[in-house]
Design a protein around this ligand. Sequence first.
Ligand SMILES: [Fe+2]
Length: 278
Amino acid sequence: MALQRIDAENTDDILRALDQDGGVIVRTLVDTALIETLRDDILKASSDYSPGVANQGMGDWGKMFVGENTIRFSSLGLVTPAYFQLLENKPYQQIADAALLPHCSSYWVNTAQAMLIGPGSDAQILHRDCTNWPQVCEAGWPDCPEVTISAMIALEETSEELGATRVIPGSHRWPNIDDCGDPDMTVPAELSPGDALVYSGKLVHGGGANRTTDRWRNAMHLSFVVGWLTPEECCPLDFNAENLSGYSDRVQTLLGHHSYNPGGEYGGGLWLRHADSW
Ligand SMILES: [Fe+2]
């Protein structure tokens, strides 16, 4: 069963497909000018990173998860100012609001990463992103809260041969959280530049194999997580208050520069700090 492809402005249809299949291809989530800037800046920065190096604090296990010939790096705001513009993307905001705000008063960036899959790479292990926080999603699975939502955004044409992300539609509702199916149940999310695979944290997925000998699968990931969980990426240490002073409240919140105010629901205040305008 192929994923549905829906234009970015059709939010209701996107949310329906996301609920039904666990993932959806959003056409032209990011406009051409912005995606070209992101592509140029990210590919230029990629020469500073070696494939397969677990440089994000995950050690040898990280190497295995990332893949030996895949380049990954985060802290994208240090690489390109276009990253901050991407954080203001309205269609993705509408999707994330609908998915996450029933379960929290605000959410923040989980991680933003370049994910460049090199020639000859094997497919990544199939997994669910929500199992980053197993105690949260195992309780009541599959009806537990949606805690994270992701977009794999194509910087360039992303075909099956190049290693398009693979997903198992419907696996967000499977009765056993430990069941990640097998590769022949997956379908590729082929994308044109600026398109994105938007998917639930509950969906089984993994990076595809790059079967070419000389071309890279150039894409980036941007995910959000509910404000009461610790994100993958340590954003607030990359950008201080001065760096973010000219940016919107949304960007500052997404990058960890406001407390988590539960507003009378969703537990207590978190990430508190005695500082003006925090
Ligand atoms: Fe993943």
